[in-house]
Design a protein around this ligand. Structure first.
Ligand code: BES
Ligand code: ZN
Length: 611
């Protein structure tokens, strides 16, 4: 037994799964999915075969043709990996697993009708990256395995389903098609409908995704619709926000090669969605907090779109090489932003990213492993070490190579890299070998080992230079000596300018200064969560307790971890914060039912670390 990935029980001596046929019956009253999964392997196998599971009950494992039960054992749970399921095969390349999810299935958030916008119907959606797909169905849950799949989702007729896959049919249920997921009488019960999907391109399991609810959509481009809960106001605002998507796809195709996924639809999720965006193929998932009518919505879409090439076409082989996904995507995102929003905007994003990178160095000062690009994640939960490092240090590495060889050569190199490795899962060494082979002598010009294996920020990384960026940083420095920017200076500032300004202020300042800044610019009331949260963070760090009710309100209305993490951490980190700790615990206990399970886990980990 040799694992191929520290986050999976997949065994190097076993064949990999190539196809999964899924049958799901959604039972909303009990928040359960009854499912069957038919796994097809690349070759017949005899003896033990291991897959990953988490919080699933396994009802049976069957030979699909004879329906005879196959022996299996389910190991005790490991807190990070879940439970391995070991099946004994005899020269078989297919087997069927009947299982059901539980309320602790970490990929799934079930919203009751009162938790939705329209308050009339339930809603459920997934978040599988990095290692949560195994909590929906048993699988070799490693990005080293690329799998095609088909899925039948049986849902109440008043709901509809979307997936990160091609929609092929919405039709009545048929007797005899459950593959053992549930009884035919349940499957064909009154008021049920089947939504069918196929994913014809091989993808890693972390890109598996669906949402079921009362959904509506608007057309926003020739290959793009935006979906969300059927609320006309939300749909219209989303359609306006993302109107420029087709232009961005065209820019992406010019830079990185043809768009391989046919459609690029968007799904706007409820406010509890734990990320800004998730690059589920054909159906990007988005937080509603990006809809605010400025440049950021497009920026997040540019990022998730860029993953269509870097991440979804070329995938990190394990999460230890996550920078190959996010560093490349951050670079690609900024090239798209530069093309559609101009150089100034792109440079500002580089600046915000630089600040983020510097801050992560502080966060990981006692755990330098996670300041590296290539990390050792043995015994590590990816959700606990999620950071800006793979994004921003990865970006810096690629930008450094671009500076060395010039943009035209780097563009050619990127195109060739994507064409060479598309639909493959690769690691850092494969990238480095490809780089050396295609840019001869690069290892004499850039210390590739320092970049990929070293800790901290390499000496040849670069803070961006631009007039706006420099101006904002110097205004932030002047705040330290008591000068606030005047109205003229901030007249044309949008959310990103304010974000950069706030992030460059000292960690904590006088409480009176915080209030004075807010009295003039009303940052605590900003509709832009990036600005609001950056301000509230400063307020907490400065012990400005008159903002705590606003903090509470914010923690209860959004579940995006980018906001939860800094706010909870600022409240409970440090000494002499008894009141804040009690306050944070109370708010969490009242808010956590609305958070996605992944976000609940991350906030619990913050409490465990600091209390
Ligand atoms: N793939 C990530 C989100 C993710 C990473 C989910 C790791 C689970 C585990 C996505 O592409 C992303 O980076 N989202 C960013 C968007 C931003 C960089 C524009 C986010 O959510 O903040
Ligand atoms: Zn990303």
């Amino acid at each position: 037994m040799a694992p191929i990935d520290p986050h999976s029980y997949t065994d190097s001596t076993h064949p990999l799964t190539t196809h999964i046929s899924l049958t799901f019956y959604f039972d909303f009253p009990s928040s359960t999915i009854f499912s069957s999964a038919l796994l097809t392997l690349s070759a017949p196998h005899s003896g033990e075969f291991t897959v990953d599971t988490r919080s699933l009950s396994i009802t049976a494992v069957l030979d699909p043709t004879t329906r005879t039960p196959l022996p299996f054992t389910l190991q005790n749970p490991n807190p990070i990996l879940g439970q391995s399921l070991t099946i004994t095969l005899s020269n078989q390349s297919q087997f069927l697993i009947i299982s059901k999810t539980s309320t602790s299935s970490s990929a799934l958030q079930w919203l009751s009708p009162p938790q939705t916008f329209n308050k009339s119907f339930p809603f459920v959606y997934t978040q599988c990256q990095a290692i949560h797909a195994r909590s929906i169905f048993p699988c070799q849950d490693t990005p080293a395995a690329r799998i095609k799949y088909s899925a039948k989702l049986n849902v109440p007729r008043f709901l509809s389903a979307v997936m990160a896959a091609k929609h092929v049919n919405r039709r009545d249920p048929v007797v005899g098609e459950t593959q053992g997921a549930c009884e035919d009488s349940l499957w064909c019960g009154d008021g049920r409908i089947v939504e069918e999907f196929v994913m014809e391109q091989p993808v890693p399991t972390y890109l598996f995704a669906f949402a079921v609810g009362e959904l509506g959509f608007r057309e926003v481009g020739p290959r793009t619709r935006v979906y969300s809960e059927a609320v006309p106001g939300v749909l219209d605002a989303a359609a306006r926000e993302f109107a420029g998507t087709e232009d961005m796809i065209n820019v992406g195709e010019g830079l990185f090669g043809g768009y391989e996924w046919e459609r690029f639809d968007l799904l706007v999720l409820p406010p509890s969605f734990p990320y800004g965006g998730m690059e589920n193929p054909r159906m990007t998932f988005l937080t509603p907090t990006v809809i605010k009518g400025d440049a950021t919505g497009a920026q997040v879409v540019a990022h998730e779109l860029a993953h269509s090439w870097t991440g979804n076409l070329i995938t990190n082989k394990t999460n230890e090489h996550f920078w190959l996904n996010e560093g490349f995507t951050t670079y690609a995102e900024r090239r798209i932003v530069e093309a559609v929003q101009g150089k100034e905007r792109a440079v500002l994003n580089v600046g915000i990213g630089w600040r983020g990178l510097v801050e992560e160095m502080e966060r990981f000062k006692d755990n330098l492993e996670f300041t590296k690009l290539k990390t050792n994640q043995e015994g590590v939960d990816p959700d606990d070490v999620y950071s800006q490092v793979p994004y921003e240090k990865g970006f810096q590495f690629l930008w450094r190579i671009e500076r060395q060889i010039g943009r035209p050569a780097f563009d050619e190199f990127l195109k060739k890299y994507i064409a060479t490795f598309k639909f493959q899962s690769i690691d850092t060494d494969i990238f480095i070998d490809f780089l050396k082979a295609n840019v001869p002598g690069i290892e004499n010009q850039i210390d590739l080992k320092v970049w990929t294996e070293g800790t901290g920020i390499p000496p040849d990384a670069m803070e961006p230079v631009s007039e706006i960026y420099t101006k904002i940083v110097s205004l932030a420095n002047e705040f330290k000596i008591g000068r606030m920017p005047n109205e003229d200076e901030v007249a044309d500032w949008g959310g990103q300018e304010w974000e950069l300004y706030l992030e460059n202020l000292p960690k904590s300042v006088e409480a009176s200064q915080v209030s004075a800044l807010d009295a003039r610019y009303r940052l605590s009331e900003s509709k832009d969560y990036e600005v609001k949260v950056a301000f509230l963070h400063l307020a907490i760090a400065s012990r400005c307790s008159n903002y705590y009710s606003e903090v509470e309100k914010t923690l209860k209305e959004v579940g995006r971890m980018k906001y939860l993490r800094p706010l909870y951490t600022a409240l409970i980190q440090g000494i002499g914060k008894e009141e804040e700790k009690i306050f944070a615990k109370r708010v969490f206990s009242e808010a956590c039912a609305c958070y996605h399970p992944i976000a609940q886990g991350v906030v619990e980990a913050i409490f465990a670390k600091h209390m």
